[in-house]
Design a protein around this ligand. Structure first.
Ligand SMILES: C[S@@+](CC[C@H](N)C(=O)[O-])C[C@H]1O[C@@H](n2cnc3c(N)ncnc32)[C@H](O)[C@@H]1O
Length: 246
C-alpha cells in the first residue's frame, strides 16, 4: 500500500503549510504585472500559493495528482467564497489547450519528478508558455551532511479532537543518483488504537544549480535568473527560485 499525499499526510501538511508566508508570496506576486495575466500552478497541492493569488484577483489555475490535496484546496477556497480552478493532471502528461504568461512551481516540488519524467515535463511547461511568458520553478538542492534514518523515526504527534496523527520518517541517500529516498508514515490513533496507516514513498531528486541550468537549456528554456530568497520558507531559511523562459 502506498498513499501519495494521502488523507493523513494532507491533514498534517495543512497544519503549518496552509498558506504561503508573505516573503515567498510577495516574491511570486512581483511577477504579476496585471490581472489579465494568465497564471498556471502545476503541482499546486492544497492551494498554499494558488488561493492567496486568487484572493488578489489573479486569473490562476492549477493541477495536481493528489485528489486529497485538490479537495483541501477546493474546500479552503469555498470557505473564502472562491472557486479554485484546479484539476487532476500529471505534469509529465500535461497538454493544455491554453498558454500562460506565468507558470509557477514553488516549494521544491519539481524535485519530486524522477529523471525519466524531467525532460517531458519541461517540454510540456515550455509549450504552455506565451512567447514572453515566464516560468518560475523550485528544486531541492544538494547539501552536505545528509543524515540517513534507516528505521522509522517519530517526527510528531498532532491532536485533532479525539484523534492523534503520529508521523514517522525513514531516509536513505542514493548518492550516485542524487536521490534522497524518503519514506513517511502517518498513523491515525484513537483511544490508543491505530485506526489507519498511510505509508508514502517520497523520492526527492537533489540537484546542483549548474546541473539544473543545463537541463533547462537542453530543453530550450533560457534567460535563466536564479533568485535567492532569504527567509522565503520561514525565518533563517534560504530558498532559490529559478526564473526562465522559452
Ligand atoms: C510538496 S507539495 C507542494 C505543493 C505546492 N507546490 C506548494 O507550494 O505548496 C508537492 C505536490 O506535488 C504533487 N505532485 C507530485 N508529482 C506530481 C506530478 N507528476 N504531476 C502533478 N503533481 C504532482 C503532489 O501530489 C503534491 O501535492
Amino acid at each position: 500500500m502506498n498513499d501519495y499525499y494521502g488523507e493523513l499526510c494532507t491533514r498534517i501538511y495543512e497544519i503549518d503549510k496552509s498558506y504561503a508566508g508573505d516573503i515567498e508570496l510577495d516574491f511570486y506576486l512581483s511577477f504579476v504585472q496585471d490581472l489579465n495575466m494568465r497564471v498556471l500552478e502545476p503541482m499546486c497541492g492544497n492551494g498554499r500559493m494558488l488561493i492567496p493569488f486568487m484572493q488578489k484577483g489573479i486569473n490562476i489555475e492549477g493541477f495536481d495528482i493528489s485528489e486529497e490535496m485538490l479537495n483541501v484546496c477546493k474546500e479552503k477556497g469555498k470557505g473564502l467564497n472562491l472557486k479554485p480552478n484546479v484539476y487532476y493532471e500529471k505534469l509529465e502528461e500535461f497538454k493544455g489547450d491554453k498558454v500562460y504568461d506565468l507558470i509557477i512551481i514553488p516549494f521544491g516540488s519539481f524535485s519530486l519528478l524522477p529523471d525519466a519524467l524531467v525532460n517531458k515535463s519541461l517540454s510540456n511547461l515550455k509549450s504552455a508558455l506565451t512567447s514572453k511568458g515566464k516560468l518560475l520553478l523550485t528544486i531541492m538542492l544538494k547539501y552536505d551532511g545528509i543524515e540517513e534514518i534507516p528505521e522509522w523515526m517519530e517526527l510528531d504527534q498532532i491532536q485533532f479532537k479525539d484523534e492523534w496523527i503520529v508521523s514517522y520518517k525513514k531516509v536513505h541517500y542514493n548518492e550516485e543518483e542524487s536521490m534522497l529516498i524518503t519514506q513517511l508514515k502517518y498513523e491515525s490513533v484513537k483511544n490508543g488504537q491505530i485506526e489507519k496507516t498511510e505509508i508514502m514513498d517520497l523520492p526527492i531528486r537533489l540537484y546542483d544549480i549548474e546541473e539544473f541550468e543545463n537541463t533547462l537549456k537542453y530543453n530550450g528554456l533560457h534567460h535563466i535568473v536564479i533568485h535567492r530568497l532569504r527567509d522565503g520558507y520561514g525565518k533563517g531559511t534560504i530558498c532559490y527560485v529559478i526564473e526562465c523562459s522559452a
